[in-house]
Design a protein around this ligand. Structure first.
Ligand SMILES: C[S@@+](CC[C@H](N)C(=O)[O-])C[C@H]1O[C@@H](n2cnc3c(N)ncnc32)[C@H](O)[C@@H]1O
Length: 348
């Protein structure tokens, strides 16, 4: 007797996964959620008239969004669900649109070349013969969308990290590859005794400066231009170093090198904090972390690492007392902390 085959439904759901993400992205691109925000909703006919489209696609888009939990319907009017009202309306504090735009306008096409990336073991979004990494790309779609999407994610990571790791005794934080400054600002908001430095490429610190000024945090968060590979050392005078979604961008040896540079520059007794998507030790998931690994294949020369891999490089650099904390956030699922010994230990 043969065993019954499993249901093929999961395969259908997996292979049509992009139908849902494209429905979300199109509704967001058309500013549907922005238009519906704060209104009692619109009928299908009103939507068609407002966007000057036929009622047929309007009906399908509205039904699709309602089926995905993005809209709710009362009578014949569609209005934002709590999810879209909170996150899909530009200008709201937890606006998530930067990530949706980047994934749709830049990475949707790139993921269409995943097989090519798997065969070649090379990123597909930039030319490795011409630039050293994604971060040096001159493609305006990259520069316009990448850091806005990181800002979206890192605001959430920063908030989650604020309560996951005790930084109460810290005075000065260096956010290495700190991007838009979202993480540094979130941590400074939570820990009033702390000031932060966002250290990133000169092309990026201007973006951070704009965000810091807009948030009214210029007295607490500053930026320093640099290149963590080209610079002989990281900026000194800090007692916490954060690496948020940075090390997974690089090969093993480069990630280890950055942790060595961190150890050398960090104040004795200082804390190293690595946040990101960690794959489990068995390398079987969780799905978002595993797929983040493939996102690194599309975009970088790194991959999603395990907590033990980070802990191993941290130990090689001289850090002690590694601890892993799981993080419930959209920007990261884990944190590894380790400490630089308070005083140099010498072998007898
Ligand atoms: C994936 S982003 C993460 C940004 C930020 N940590 C966050 O969580 O939003 C990686 C960051 O590393 C920065 N970066 C890349 N190469 C760098 C380099 N050589 N020196 C300094 N920063 C660099 C990028 O500009 C970018 O802001």
């Amino acid at each position: 007797m043969t065993e019954a085959a499993p249901s093929p439904v999961p395969l259908f759901e997996l292979s049509t996964g992009y139908w849902a993400s494209k429905t979300l992205a199109t509704a967001y691109e058309l500013r549907l959620f922005a238009r519906l925000s704060g209104t009692p909703g619109m009928t299908c006919r009103e939507v068609a008239e407002h966007w000057e489209i036929d009622e047929r696609p309007a009906r399908m888009l509205l039904t699709g969004c309602a089926s995905l939990g993005l809209l709710e319907k009362t009578g014949d009017r569609y209005r934002n669900s709590p999810l879209s009202e909170a996150y899909l309306v530009p200008g709201k504090p937890h606006h998530f649109g930067g990530l949706i735009t980047m994934l749709d306008q830049r990475l949707y096409a790139a993921w269409g070349r995943l097989t090519e990336a798997v065969r070649a073991n090379q990123p597909v979004t930039w030319d490795s013969d011409r630039v050293r990494s994604l971060f040096e790309s001159q493609d305006p779609v990259v520069t316009d969308t990448f850091w806005e999407s990181m800002h979206t994610l890192s605001s959430f990571t920063g908030e989650a990290l604020s309560t996951a790791v005790d930084l109460g005794g810290a005075r000065r934080l260096l956010d290495v590859g700190g991007g838009s400054g979202a993480l540094a600002m979130a941590l400074c908001r939570h820990w009033p005794g702390m000031k932060a430095t966002v250290y990133d490429l000169p092309s990026v610190t201007g973006i951070a400066t704009r965000h810091i000024e807009a948030a009214g945090m210029t007295g607490r968060v500053r930026t320093v231009d640099g290149d963590f590979f080209a610079d002989a050392s990281l900026p000194e005078g800090h007692d916490v170093h954060t690496f948020s979604n940075v090390l997974h961008d690089w090969r093993e040896a480069d990630a280890a090198l950055l942790l060595k540079k961190s150890f050398d520059a960090l104040a004795p007794g200082g804390l190293l904090v690595i946040a990101g998507y960690f794959v489990n030790e068995e390398q079987t998931g969780p799905p978002l972390a595993a797929l983040m690994g493939l996102a690194q294949l599309i975009e970088t020369e790194g991959r999603a690492y395990t907590a033990s891999e980070y802990a191993g490089w941290a130990a090689e650099a001289g850090f002690v007392d590694p601890r892993t904390v799981s993080l419930q956030s959209v920007g990261a699922n884990g944190v590894l902390t380790a400490r630089k010994p308070a005083a140099e230990h010498r072998d007898a």
